[in-house]
Design a protein. Structure first.
Length: 543
């Protein structure tokens, strides 16, 4: 019996230290090409990282990972032929683009080549997935990696995850965990929904009431859209500009761009509660809504001072976020609120405008303002107008004679897929986030992982010459019924992995059964990290 236990322990420890025998069975998203070779490479505490100055930040990032693996930091050297070599090769840009890489494990070294530091970083993520499951502080002595050559590059340049914190504030620790998981999955856009009717989550120094009043609500609706039940608990929270800068630095080290979303002209009740003169209907009485929906109040954009307010807010946003793209939401604007206002309806009548005309004229002003600051506007697909998307819309209200600013990025989420074709034919770039396949707040019954995985961001029938106008895909974690981190994790994982493969992997290489086999290994990592991933169980939340 004693001999059996010793043998078992030796085999178990060998398993922990052996690394991954077959890269094709674990890497998510699936690489473009894996060429298996004979032999192994022994990764040890003395293995050096060899890096030039242009990849030094990536080398430091890798060193932190290996420090956890071996309990001591590896040496970073400028030159050498044995170790982990990070090598920039501009010629790879012609075949692999800015984000592709070539990852080679040979007898004497691990070579990660790319045309940019971003490609090097993604090669490091592939190595990260090949390391033992027991990564954290296990005092490993040796990790055996199979010799292999991986040639890889992404299908789409836009691979996004959106977190809605307007409904429920999550905080820095939770955001950084998500950024780490995005990095592991080679996702590059963190879309941060910081403003909505139920909460304003970012400090704006010129308008302190936005957080003093707008970040707090007295109660929260629970138990679904048709519910009259409330939690009986207040909710509040926001990020200071100092905290925002810290998170931006954290994301940058992981080659993730943060795109803030500041909703306008709808979904604006939290701002109007703070500064009532911004609104149209006057129904809020200085209180942030506790119910979830959007039938409250919207900005009165016929007032120059309201437009000035929004431009001042955007100035601070621009100064904070390096992103060249600013998302303004622009979805679900209740035109009846404008129509029921004497002043706004008189303005529309005088200028012969439909409500959609008024919205486009406003968003074009915002686009011009952003362009002056070297930024580009993005909005949900209602921003285009011209089509009835919601049941509560009047077809005459959405008609427009105005043309949306040509540089706008259309974020498609709802409506007939022909709207995408119409947008790209008019010259607009599109990010496809069709809600039925990308909304992670949906139950697993409503959005099974297989449905998310089989999503193709390029719609059927789109002419090939327009394929490049589809920038990629985003998945959304809306927060109305997600009050805490664990309920969020349950919805995000593993569907984030499915969308990451949709965004990265060539469509012809996707295989759902193979993905599910690879996912099992990743789920083991999540379990060890304490991440509550979905188990595809029937859920009891009402939708």
């Amino acid at each position: 019996m004693k001999k059996f236990i010793i043998v078992f322990l030796v085999l178990f420890i060998g398993y922990l230290n052996a690394g991954v025998k077959d890269p094709a069975k674990v890497i998510i998203p699936k690489p473009l090409k894996i060429i298996e070779q004979k032999g192994i490479f022994n990764l040890t505490p003395s293995t050096a990282i060899i890096s030039g100055s242009n990849t030094f930040e990536e080398a430091k990032y890798l060193a932190e990972i290996l420090k956890k693996l071996f309990r001591e930091p590896p040496v970073i050297k400028k030159n050498g032929i044995t170790g982990i070599i990070l090598k920039l090769n501009k010629l790879l840009g012609y075949t692999s683009g800015k984000e592709g890489y070539v990852f080679t494990v040979s007898e004497n070294n691990i070579l990660i080549e790319a045309s940019t530091p971003t490609g090097i970083f993604y090669g490091i993520q592939t190595l990260r997935q090949l390391l033992p499951l027991q990564l954290e502080n296990k005092d490993n002595k040796i990790v055996k990696l199979k010799q292999v050559k991986i040639i890889d590059k992404p299908r789409f340049p836009w691979r996004a995850f959106m977190l809605d914190e307007a409904r429920y504030f999550k905080g820095t620790k939770s955001v950084k965990m998500l950024l780490d998981q995005m990095a592991l999955h080679k996702m590059n856009i963190f879309h941060w929904h910081l403003v909505d009717d139920q909460g304003w989550r970012i400090e704006i120094k010129k308008y302190p009431k936005l957080t003093e009043i707008g970040s707090k609500r007295e109660d929260s609706m629970i138990d679904g859209w048709d519910s009259n039940i409330y939690s009986g608990k207040p909710h509040e929270g926001y990020y200071t500009q100092k905290e925002i800068k810290d998170i931006i630095r954290y994301a940058k080290k992981r080659h993730i761009t943060i795109i803030p979303e500041i909703e306008m002209p709808g979904h604006s009740a939290s701002a109007i509660a703070a500064y009532p003169w911004l609104g149209t209907s006057g129904i809020l009485k200085g209180k942030v809504p506790s119910s979830f929906g959007y039938d409250y109040d919207i900005y009165d954009i016929t007032k120059p001072e309201v437009v000035g307010f929004l431009e001042n807010v955007l100035k601070e946003i621009i100064n904070l976020f390096p992103s060249k793209i600013i998302h303004i939401g622009a979805d679900e604007v209740l035109y009846d609120i404008w129509k029921n206002s004497k002043s706004v309806s008189a303005y529309m009548k005088k200028n012969k405008l439909t409500p959609a005309d008024l919205q486009i004229l406003f968003t074009n002003k915002i686009s011009q303002f952003l362009a002056k600051h070297n930024r580009r506007m993005m909005g949900w697909n209602e921003i285009l107008a011209g089509a009835k998307i919601h049941d509560n819309q009047n077809i005459n209200d959405v008609k427009t004679s105005q043309n949306l600013a040509p540089n706008t990025i259309i974020h498609f989420w709802k409506g007939d897929l022909n709207l995408i074709k119409d947008a790209v034919e008019k010259g607009y770039d599109v990010v496809n986030s069709f809600h039925k396949t990308t909304y992670l707040d949906y139950t697993y019954t409503k959005l099974p992982i297989e449905k998310a995985y089989k999503f193709n961001p390029i719609p059927k029938g789109l002419k090939k010459k327009y394929n490049s106008k589809i920038l990629g895909v985003g998945c959304q974690m809306w927060g109305e019924w997600i009050p805490d981190e664990k309920s969020m994790e349950f919805r995000v994982f593993p569907r984030l992995s499915a969308i990451a493969e949709v965004a990265w992997t060539k469509n012809s290489l996707k295989d759902y059964d193979d993905f599910m086999r690879r996912l099992k290994y990743l789920e083991k990592r999540w379990k060890l990290q304490g991440i509550k991933y979905g188990l595809y169980k029937k859920e009891f939340l009402k939708f």
